[in-house]
Design a protein around this ligand. Structure first.
Ligand code: AMP
Ligand code: MG
Length: 410
C-alpha cells in the first residue's frame, strides 16, 4: 500500500480501500419507520400473493363465456364491490355487476368493461368480442408468496419501505449502524461561538463530516478539536479506535505535518499517506488501526468535504453492507464559460448545472475554486469533473458533471 512515488489516481485509491474491507454483518430487527435509511441484512420474501385474490381491473360485468356466446342479454344477478365480494347465487344466463378491485366471483371467466355493454330491459347486452380472462387481475401475478421482493444490501428509502408495508410486513432485519469517530486537529482551530485569538480560525470540517455521517445513517462519536500535540493526538487515536468502526480525522496529513501524525499513526496501525491525483484534496491518509479503519482527511475544508464525498462515502457504503451503492452518475454537458484547469490532477470543481437558453443542459462555475472557499458547495449544485490531463476548458466544449447527492442538499 505504499504509493509514495507519484500521485495516485482516484480509482486506484478507491480500489485499494474497498478491496480491503469486509462488510459489517451484525444486524438488528426494526419496525419500518426506524428502518428508514438502513441497509437490509437479508433478502425479504413476500408473505403474500399480490394481488391476494383474482379481481376486476375495470368497472363492468363479470360473465361466463358461454352466456356471452349465446348473444342473449344477461340479467344482473348481483353486485361485487371492492371490499364487498359477491357471495350470492349466480345462475347460468346472468351476469354480475363488478367494480374495479372487487374479487371476481367463482366461475367468472371474463370482465367486460362498462363501455362495451348496453343496458336493456331484458338485461345487459355485450357489444364487443370477449376474450377469456380479460380484465381479470390474477392472484399472485404481481408478486408470488415467498418471492424475494428486496435483496440483502439495499439501502431502504421511501421507494422500498411502502412496498414492504403493502405486503403487511411490519419489521425487518437491517445491518447495525456503523460507529464513526470524528475529530479535527489543529492548534489554530476554535469552536464557533468562541472569540478568535490572533491567527485562529473556526473549525469547519468537524461539522461538515458529522452532518454527512448522519445523513449516511452512521452513529457519530464527535471527539472535538485535538491540539497538535503528540500525546493528545495519540490518546485520541487510541480512544477513537477502541470505540469506533471508522476513525475520521481532518488536518495534519499534508506534507508539513504528515511526519508528525505519521509517526504516531505508524505506532498504532498500518497507514498509507497518499497524494491523490485529485484537486481539491491531494493529501489523504488511509489504513488500519487495531480495531478500526482510519481515514485522515485534508485540513482545507473544501478538500475535506470533497475527499469525504469521493472516498469515504463509498467506504462507508461497503463497510455498512450496502451492495446497491453506485459511484455518482456523471453527465456530459456543454461548458457555458471558460474553466481554468492545470493538467496533472482530476479536478472536482464546484459548478452549477442549469438549462441553457436553447433548452440544453449546461455548466457554469461557482467562481473562485480555492480549497478554503466552502461556500462553493452551497452556491453550486454539482461537481464539474475535469479529466486529469485536460487543460483549460473553452466555452462550448463538453465537460462531465456530477450532480450533488443528498449530502450537499441535492
Ligand atoms: P493541515 O492539513 O492541518 O495543514 O491544514 C490545512 C489548512 O486547512 C490550514 O490552513 C488549516 O488551518 C486548515 N484547516 C485544518 N483543519 C481545519 C478545520 N477543521 N476547519 C477549517 N480549516 C481547517
Ligand atoms: Mg493542521
Amino acid at each position: 500500500m505504499d504509493f509514495s512515488a507519484g500521485l495516485i489516481p482516484l480509482d486506484a485509491a478507491l480500489e485499494q480501500m474497498l478491496s480491503r474491507l469486509t462488510p459489517v454483518a451484525e444486524s438488528e430487527t426494526l419496525p419500518l419507520l426506524e428502518a428508514f435509511g438502513r441497509v437490509t441484512a437479508a433478502s425479504v420474501a413476500s408473505p403474500l400473493d399480490v394481488p391476494g385474490f383474482d379481481n376486476s381491473a375495470m368497472d363492468g360485468y363479470g360473465v361466463r363465456l358461454a352466456d356471452v356466446a349465446s348473444g342473449k342479454p344477461l340479467p344482473v344477478a348481483g353486485k361485487a364491490f371492492a371490499g364487498q365480494p359477491f357471495h350470492g347465487h349466480w345462475p347460468a344466463g346472468t351476469c354480475v355487476r363488478i367494480m374495479t378491485g372487487a374479487p371476481v366471483p367463482p366461475g367468472c371467466e371474463a370482465v367486460v368493461m362498462q363501455e362495451e355493454t348496453q343496458e336493456s330491459d331484458a338485461g345487459i347486452r355485450f357489444i364487443a368480442a370477449v376474450r377469456p380472462g380479460q380484465n381479470i387481475r390474477r392472484r399472485g401475478e404481481d408478486i408470488r408468496q415467498g418471492a424475494a421482493v428486496i435483496e440483502g444490501g439495499r439501502r431502504l428509502s421511501a421507494a422500498e419501505l411502502p412496498m414492504l408495508a403493502s405486503l403487511g410486513i411490519a419489521q425487518l432485519p437491517v445491518i447495525r449502524r456503523l460507529r464513526v469517530a470524528v475529530f479535527s486537529t489543529g492548534d489554530e482551530l476554535q469552536q464557533p461561538g468562541q472569540p478568535l485569538a490572533e491567527g485562529q480560525i473556526y473549525d469547519t470540517n468537524r461539522l461538515a463530516v458529522h452532518l454527512m455521517l448522519e445523513q449516511l445513517g452512521c452513529d457519530v462519536i464527535n471527539l472535538g478539536i485535538v491540539r497538535d500535540d503528540p500525546q493528545a493526538l495519540r490518546d485520541t487515536f487510541i480512544h477513537a479506535d477502541s470505540i469506533a468502526d471508522v476513525v475520521l480525522s481532518s488536518g495534519g496529513v499534508s506534507v508539513g505535518e504528515a511526519d508528525y501524525t505519521k509517526h504516531i499513526l505508524s505506532e498504532l496501525g498500518e497507514i498509507g499517506f497518499w497524494k491523490l491525483a485529485i484537486k481539491p484534496g491531494k493529501p489523504f491518509a488511509f489504513g488500519r488501526l487495531k480495531n478500526s479503519w482510519f481515514c485522515g482527511l485534508p485540513g482545507n475544508p473544501v478538500s475535506a468535504a470533497a475527499t469525504f464525498y469521493q472516498l469515504v462515502q463509498p467506504l462507508l457504503a461497503k463497510l455498512g453492507g450496502q451492495r446497491d451503492y453506485a459511484l455518482p452518475q456523471r453527465l456530459r454537458v456543454r461548458a457555458a464559460q471558460k474553466f481554468k484547469k492545470t493538467p496533472g490532477r482530476l479536478d472536482f470543481q464546484r459548478g452549477i448545472l442549469r438549462t441553457g437558453a436553447d433548452g440544453q443542459p449546461e455548466a457554469i462555475s461557482t467562481g473562485h475554486q480555492g480549497s478554503h472557499i466552502f461556500s462553493s458547495f452551497s452556491q453550486g449544485n454539482c461537481f464539474i469533473v475535469l479529466e486529469r490531463e485536460r487543460g483549460n476548458v473553452e466555452p462550448g466544449e463538453y465537460v462531465d458533471v456530477e450532480p450533488f447527492n443528498h449530502l450537499f442538499g441535492g
